[in-house]
Design a protein around this ligand. Structure first.
Ligand SMILES: [Zn+2]
Length: 558
């Protein structure tokens, strides 16, 4: 699961992302993945036992939290490749099981950070880095050095489907735009997540000629992301993937960088403007509120710099070739992210457990995907099924995005995606939530699979979170591929156990096998995903978006 909350302001999303991790983990203990895999699987008679063996291996301290680009991650990738071979899958990467994903990892040069505001009278206030602001250089660039006027642009959202354009009547060419994180709450949850995404808003600002962005906080976003989290770990590496021609994948390439401003200091930006920061913030905080933009009578100078290096980290791909001579050219893709957030150096220095083992996030997703793969393999599905363990999900869904741009099977054959990310199996679940199912022909198939197993299909319990846009399947959706993402539901003890996990263990060292993980519940979770996948693979009709679906219309090439 990715915590980046992409609908929050440009910088903030990246802050949350980069707060997770660190690329330079020490080398893990020697592991012989293939031997361990073979030993574990031959000894494991039941689905639950196989899942447990996989989770225990992947969440072991020796793998040091499986951060993308580290040797701990590579050990995990070797293990998954060995398990795929064991199940009888065919290698489906670019070179054997692996598709190497080139990642650009950037580290801020803190001394280069500056931010000052000059008002209409020529008076300049220089702010203090990390106390008052944080700056980011655009990926692929070495520095930002901007002095420009500022335009407040509300949420900075242009949403044609909602008849909403925060840029209407505003000229931002050559200027810095300042906007609140997120998107208006009048949009439904998934549109809100889509239009409020960090990358989408940066691309919109860039396409209008803006040179930089400043992220502002509504009261709600400030509560969700207190400033301490914004400035935590300023030296953490940020990542994007690299195109074959060597350029970094960036939304909003025209921007040199961005800043996030502490809410207590944001009023200085609005000095002499037609409305104060307090006024526009109150408008944004109101239900249905969306403040209109206007020019701010100030000039901002902001600078930053970073160093970058390329690291590679593989996706792992295994294939079950379709048994039908025609349908085999269509692929049902199962995905789960193999990476997690690595080591917390600060905790290690304090003598505490600093290894983020990621047992639930997402060793459990990988283990259940492998179990579903074994069942699928035994069934000889009509369509081909691709089993894909992706890297760098925690860095912004990068491995999945790279695969979606450069699939190792023909792109036109990608028929559907079933994603497994962090099933919280801490109770004997009786319901599941199927994000995205209602948008495509995957819906009825999901209903059939769950009802056969006596599992209830529940509505999204967290509509405000926009979860449909926050895991790897969304990179397939953006390529027009109908997708579904199942999570364990809240019925029975689900709400208590899930909320406790999110509050106390999610993205923490305590997400480990010491938790009372229910491997038999995980086996049921694997089975329901298997049943959806096998029906998709054998259905007469290729999976398709529902007529008029927002994401189908937005992304699918008809
Ligand atoms: Zn996560």
């Amino acid at each position: 699961m990715n915590s980046s909350i992409r609908r929050i302001s440009g910088c903030l999303g990246l802050v949350i992302l980069s707060a997770c991790s660190n690329v330079d983990a020490p080398a893990p203990a020697e592991t012989d993945a293939a031997a361990v895999a073979a030993a574990q699987t031959t000894g494991a008679a039941t689905a639950a036992a196989r899942i447990e063996a996989d989770v225990r291996y992947l969440a072991d301290d020796a793998l040091e939290g499986r951060e993308a680009g580290t040797s701990g991650y590579q050990a995990a990738a070797d293990y998954v490749a060995a398990r795929m071979a064991d199940i009888g899958l065919e290698p489906a990467g670019e070179d054997g099981w692996f598709q190497q994903v080139p990642l650009l990892a950037s580290t801020a040069i803190l001394d280069a950070a500056s931010f000052s505001i000059t008002d209409a009278n020529g008076e300049t206030v220089a702010l203090t880095h990390l106390d008052d602001f944080r700056v980011f250089t655009t990926s692929g660039k070495t520095e930002m050095n901007i002095t420009a006027p500022v335009v407040f642009v509300g949420y900075g959202v242009n949403a044609p489907s909602e008849d909403h354009n925060d840029y209407e009547g505003l000229d931002v060419e050559g200027k810095i735009v300042a906007y609140f994180g997120g998107a208006p709450d009048t949009f439904d949850t998934e549109k809100r997540a889509h239009y409020g995404s960090t990358s989408g808003k940066a691309a919109e600002a860039s396409s209008r000629g803006a040179v930089g962005t400043i992220g502002l906080f509504t009261t709600a976003t400030e509560q969700r992301f207190p400033w301490e989290r914004v400035i935590a770990n300023p030296l953490r590496k940020r990542m994007t993937w690299v195109h074959p021609d060597g350029t970094a994948e960036v939304s909003g390439n025209g921007l040199d960088g961005s800043a996030t401003l502490h809410p207590a200091i944001s009023e200085a930006l609005f000095k002499g403007a037609q409305k104060s920061f307090a006024e526009v913030r109150a408008e944004a905080d109101k239900e249905g509120g969306a403040p209109e933009g206007f020019d701010l009578p100030v000039t901002v100078s902001m600078t930053s710099a970073q160093t970058s290096e390329i690291v590679t980290s593989p996706n792992v791909a295994g294939l079950i070739p379709g048994s039908d001579p025609t349908l085999k050219d269509e692929y049902i893709v199962l995905t789960a992210h193999l990476d997690h957030i690595g080591i917390n150096d600060k905790k290690i220095k304090e003598g505490k457990d600093g290894i983020n083992n990621g047992a639930m996030d997402n060793a459990m997703g990988i283990a259940t995907m492998l179990e579903a793969a074994a069942q699928l393999k035994a069934d000889a599905p009509a369509r081909s099924v691709l089993i894909l363990a992706v890297t760098a999900e925690e860095k912004g869904l990068l491995g999945a995005d790279y695969f979606a741009h450069f699939p190792t099977v023909p792109a036109e054959g990608l028929a559907a995606n079933v994603n497994l990310d962090m099933p919280i199996v801490l109770h004997q679940f009786t319901d599941v939530v199927a994000f995205g199912a209602e948008r495509s022909s995957i819906g009825p198939i999901t209903e059939k699979a769950t009802s056969k197993m006596g599992i209830k299909l529940s509505p999204d319990p967290w509509p405000e979170q926009g979860l449909f846009t926050r895991s790897d399947h969304y990179r397939f959706v953006e390529k027009g591929v109908p997708s579904v993402f199942l999570v364990v539901g809240m019925a029975g003890d689900g709400e208590g156990t899930s909320m406790d996990f999110i509050a106390n263990h999610y993205h923490k060292p305590s997400d480990e096998t010491a938790l009372p993980l229910l491997y038999d519940a995980a086996a049921r979770f694997a089975e329901v995903n298997y049943m959806i996948a096998i029906d998709l693979a054998n259905a007469e009709e290729r999976p398709h978006w529902n007529e008029g679906d927002f994401f189908g219309d937005l992304f699918s090439k008809k």
